[in-house]
Structure formats: C-alpha cells, structure tokens
Ligand binder design. Structure first.
Ligand code: ADP
Ligand code: MG
Length: 475
C-alpha cells in the first residue's frame, strides 16, 4: 500500500499516543493535521506559532523518533503554521538532522504576528465585541495620585511612572516590584495600568493575578482552548501580573508564561510583575523564567517610615471625608508600623466602632479600642521597632546604631537590639546584620554572646534588658 501523508502521520500518532498522557495528546496532537508527503519529508499543519514552539520544546525527541521509524533515517518533519489573518502559511523545518551527518537543520525565524482581526477568545469574557477590546481588570482607585511617595518606595514609584509614560519603551522591562505583604505592590502595579489607560486608551492592558492566570490555564487545558488563552495574552500591550511567587511549583503554567513573556518582550510590549521576594530569593521557579525576571529592573518596597505612614493616613482620611484628631492619627501611625493595609484597617475599625458607640474619638478611646488590633499586629515584632524602643530607652539616635560608631553606649544599644532581634523575630542573622548598617552575621553572633555573658555577670545590665523586654511585650 502506498504511503500517504495521512497514513504516515496516523502511524506516528499511534506511537505518540502510547508514550504521553492522554490529556497532552488531546491538547497538542489532536489539533494537528497531515498536509503532504514529499519523498521523505512529511509536512504537518499546526494551529499557531506557539503550538509549533511547544511541540519543538517538549516533543521534539519523540517526533524525531517516530518520523524516522515511518520514513527511515533520512525522514524529516516540516511544520506548516496557520497564520490566522492572511491565511498565508509559513513553513518551518524541524531541527532534526536532515542528512544523517548530525548537522542540525536551521530553523527559520520568521516572526508570525498574532492576528487581531480574528476573534481571540478572551478568558475574561466580553461577548459580542468585534475589535479586540479588553477590560483591563483594573481597580480605578489605585492611582499614582493617591499613592504616597516616601523613601520606602521612591525607586519603585519613579520606575513605575517611567514605565507608565512609555510602556515597553524603557529598559525597565520587565519591571519587577517586590516587597512584603501590604506594602503597596498591587496599588503601584495597578496605578501603572490606570495611568497607561488614561493617556493611551487604545493600549491593551491586562491586570491578572498569578493565581487567576494559573486557574485560567488549567481551564483552558480542560476545554482545549490553550491557543485562545495564549493568543489573548500575546495580544496585549501591557501585562501586569501580580504575585508571581505563586508560580512556585506550577511548572506547566510557568512554561506557558515563559512563552508569553518571550513573545511580548520580543515585540516590545511591557511586562510588570510583583512578588513578595526579590527574584534571587524566589523558590520553586524555573531558572530560565527567573533569569527573564532579572532582565529589567527589580525595585523593592520597604516598610514606610513614620512620616510616610502619617501621610498615607491623612490622604486616606481626606479621601473618605473623615477627620480624626492629630494625636489619634499619630498614635495609630506610631503603633502600626509594618503594614500599610493594617494601618488603614486600624483606622477603619476605629471609625466603625466610634460610629456604633456614637462617641467622639479621642486618644484614650483610640488606645482602648486599638489595644487588640495593635497587639495582634505586633505578634510579629519588627526590627525597626526593636531599634526604636532600645534607642528611646538609652536616649540615643536610631541612626547611630546603624553607623560605624564604637562609642560605648551606642555599642551597648546596638548589641542589645541585635540580641532582641534574634530572640523576638524570625529574621535570619544575616538579615539582622543588614538592618544594622550592613554588618555580617558573625557580628550578630558576637553581639548575642556578649549580651548573654553580661546578663549573667552584670546585674544592672540584666535589669536594662529585662526592662526593655517588658516594654517590647507590652507594645
Ligand atoms: P501589597 O500588594 O504589597 O500586599 P497593597 O497594594 O494591596 O499591598 O496595599 C495595601 C493597602 O495599602 C492598599 O489599600 C493600598 O492602597 C495602601 N497603600 C500601600 N502603600 C501605599 C502608599 N504608598 N500610599 C497610599 N496607599 C498605600
Ligand atoms: Mg498585592
């Protein structure tokens, strides 16, 4: 019986089917059709460039083997990629050796534009729209206007602003904003999106949390709509992905995002990422994706200082049309010092309780009302707070414990602070050192030993430390 493209491909499929999970077969091989057979070259048609890349990356070995089994040692596979808009197909050749001497056939790299005229299925679903229009999924309340600038976020904010004015046109691509919980990463990332939309309404902007993206990917696998899923994201001008640390352990989704990332980056589109850790500390992410994250700029968000916390509270009060006495605002800002979300939360709960009780809020009322709140928010004591407390106790300026000074009373305050930081926070010795003007971990170990020795031998010293510890627990 004479071989046809279909018969050869069907024989290949039988082998492939036995070698990969059913779901993968369904997703990646069922949509392929055999196009022609010329001599020992089999041409198959794949639905998109992305499909082709995926096959080459994940199944090239299997494809090579099966094609050779059917067509002999010189058997070759060529791809034909469907370009949706123009119906012009672009041939690709596999990087299989073409003449048995091991020389890799070169792959043509013709950029294939994703067509925007064809209906791209939008996982966020806006039915009935002809031209691709996308609800950017942004929260309008997060703007640059109401984002307070401080030392803690200056770099991230100004890089964000630069990106918003020229998406894809700066070297900050990707822009990675990282920092602890509740420090304004989402706010800033969304402010960039809102700013782009304000100045350039035609730009396609999408905000998506990493979790949602992962979920959409799983759904698209289930529904056999991977192509639509990838096409949608590849059509964007600006993608904002929040909390990329959630990619940890999700290898398949990382793979897909890697492709989307490359496509967007190559086409000069802007990528904005947020994460709770610096790229170098992100665990469970593929190295190749991580290295991409490091291409642009990583800007961290720190805990805001007192002045910035006050400014944030004032701005919030102004926006909500409320007025609290200065000393109350100061009290709240002073006592909730490690998380802006909790800061705002405390103020809201204060207001709510005051309305319920129909009382004016004065400092005493605030103190008693916020007791629980503050205790809770301090179950994790910050090093900043320890430094502040110790320095207040010994009446020395906080900057001094971070300086190089070897003055006796400063050294004492510094060592006690390090000791307390080790015993009352979960911070590593290395990070504790960093908080004290970039000292190394052996300095911290030495400080802790010194303090322990002195507690054993010096009654007065012991009383100091106990005193401070009491204050620490009360706060
Ligand atoms: P993250 O994403 O880092 O966990 P969010 O962006 O959700 O933090 O911020 C938590 C809350 O704090 C939000 O209501 C946000 O508006 C507010 N916030 C954080 N930083 C600032 C800031 N610099 N100025 C104004 N509001 C801020
Ligand atoms: Mg967030």
């Amino acid at each position: 019986m004479e071989k046809t493209s279909t018969s050869v491909w069907n024989s290949c499929l039988e082998i492939i089917k036995d070698n990969i999970p059913a779901q993968s077969f369904k997703t990646w091989f069922e949509p392929i059709s055999a196009l022609r057979l010329e001599g020992n070259v089999l041409t198959i048609q794949v639905p998109s460039l992305f499909f082709y890349e995926w096959l080459e990356e994940h199944y090239v070995g299997l494809l090579r083997k099966t094609v050779k089994k059917q067509l002999g040692e010189n058997g070759r596979l060529e791809y034909n990629i469907v370009v949706e808009k123009s119906s012009k197909n672009i041939p690709y050749t596999t990087n299989m050796p073409s003449n048995g001497n091991g020389a890799e056939g070169k792959r043509q790299s013709i950029p294939v534009p994703v067509s925007l005229n064809k209906d791209i299925k939008n996982p966020f679903v806006i039915p009935g729209l002809k031209k691709l229009q996308v609800d950017p999924q942004l929260n309008q309340n997060y703007t640059f206007d109401n984002f307070i600038e401080g030392d803690c976020n200056r770099l991230a904010r100004s890089a964000g602003y630069a990106v918003a004015s020229k998406p894809g046109g700066t070297s900050f691509n990707p822009l990675m904003i990282y920092g602890g919980v509740g420090l304004g990463k989402t706010h800033l990332a969304q402010a960039i999106g809102n700013e782009v939309k304000r100045n350039m309404p035609d730009k396609l902007v999408i905000y998506v949390s990493c979790e949602k993206f992962c979920q959409q990917f799983v759904d698209s696998l289930k529904n056999n709509t991977i192509n639509d899923f990838v096409n949608f994201y590849q059509a964007m001008d600006v993608i904002i992905m929040d909390d990329v640390h959630n990619f940890a352990g999700k290898d398949k989704t990382q793979d897909i995002f890697f492709h989307i990332f490359n496509h967007l980056h190559q086409s000069g589109k802007q990528i904005i990422l947020t994460s709770d850790k610096a790229p170098k500390d992100l665990a469970g992410l593929e190295e190749r994706l991580l290295s991409r994250f490091k291409w642009g700029l990583s800007a961290d968000m720190q805990v805001p200082d007192l002045e910035t916390r006050m400014a944030i509270l004032k701005k919030k009060m102004y926006a909500d049309g409320i007025d609290l006495p200065y000393e109350v605002v100061e009290y709240v800002a002073n006592n909730i010092d490690n998380n802006v979300r909790e800061l705002e939360g405390a103020m809201v709960s204060l207001l709510a309780q005051a309305t319920l009780n129909k009382k004016e809020i004065d400092l005493n009322l605030a103190k008693s009302m916020l007791k629980n709140f503050i205790k809770n928010s301090h179950k994790e004591i910050s090093i900043d707070y320890i430094q502040k407390l110790v320095c207040e106790y010994f009446e020395v300026p906080v900057e001094m414990v971070k300086s190089k000074t070897r003055k006796r009373e400063i050294v004492q305050a510094r060592q006690i602070s390090m000791y307390l930081a080790k015993n009352h926070t979960k911070t590593s010795l290395k990070s504790i050192g960093a908080f004290f003007g970039g000292r190394d971990h052996s300095t911290v170990i030495y400080a802790c030993q010194t303090v322990e020795d002195l507690i054993d031998t010096d009654k007065k010293f012991k009383a100091y430390v106990q005193d401070i510890q009491k204050k620490l627990k009360m706060s």
